[in-house]
Ligand binder design. Structure first.
Ligand SMILES: [Mg+2]
Length: 256
């Protein structure tokens, strides 16, 4: 995909000429003050062409079919209505029906993760980041831990701040981030956020975090809902990459 020069994701091994090296330096300089690295989970730490998100999405529909006794198409419409109105399907269900969130979270995340394989390049890039590493997700803690285990990156994070820790208030609500900052003693002006949904980077940017939008590789399948996929690179997004591991390798100055 084409990007502005400052967003070039060039792994160290690919740096061959002075101009490219200068691009890598500028990325490293923008992250030089960062001591806390914050990652979204779904479609960020694994690619949006994975079958994981559709599995979770379908489990939500099945749960709601049983809950309401509706057919699949009607349930799907209700599910997406809740999602758009409340930020997550879960929050819509809890706010509008008083449902206990626990069984829903367990059911929708009880999925086959066999398509997720260990990502050595991502593990190496995350392990090399200087400072603390945390996950901030609208999903559940258990889902994050199991998915990160499949990716081979579970030992690299200090903790997971999930939707339960946020009292079910999802990103992009600014208060969800404030709860996260307070719980984990994060100073946002010294932190960076990596996320696949552009609007979820609005509050991080406003609080001084360096923001990176992680996008699908152009032409690859994208199972996310249409309103979640960025058509442009808005001003609150500092960097864009379709290869998170390669991009993370550029946030540190190249070895001399
Ligand atoms: Mg995501």
């Amino acid at each position: 995909m084409s990007r502005p020069p400052e967003t070039a994701a060039v792994p160290h091994a690919a740096v061959a000429d002075p101009a490219a090296l200068e691009g890598v330096r500028s990325v490293a300089e923008r992250f030089a003050h960062v001591d806390t690295w914050v990652f979204d989970l779904d479609n960020t730490l694994y690619r949006p062409d994975s079958d994981l998100w559709p599995l979770i999405d379908d489990r939500m529909t099945v749960f709601m079919c049983h809950m309401f006794g509706l057919d699949g198409l009607s349930t799907r419409a209700l599910q997406k209505y809740y999602y758009l109105k409340h930020g997550t399907t879960l929050k819509g269900l809890v706010d509008e029906t008083g449902m206990d969130p626990g069984p829903f979270l367990d059911f929708v995340h009880d999925i086959d993760r066999s398509s997720i394989v260990a990502d050595a390049a991502l593990a190496s890039a995350i392990a090399a980041l200087p400072g603390r590493r945390l996950i901030l997700t609208n999903g559940s803690r258990d889902h994050a831990l199991r998915t990160c285990e499949a990716l081979g990156i579970d030992a690299l994070f200090e903790d997971v701040f999930d939707i339960v820790a946020a009292n079910l208030l999802p990103k992009p609500h600014p208060d969800a981030y404030e709860m996260f900052f307070a719980r984990h003693d994060v100073e946002p002006s010294r932190a960076a956020m990596f996320e696949d949904i552009a609007r979820n980077l609005l509050a991080p940017h406003a609080r001084g975090m360096v923001t990176t939008l992680v996008t699908p590789v152009q032409g690859s399948p994208d199972h996310r809902d249409p309103w979640e996929t960025a058509r442009t690179h808005p001003p609150h997004v500092d960097f864009v990459t379709d290869d998170l591991a390669a991009f993370l390798a550029t946030v540190r100055p190249p070895a001399r």
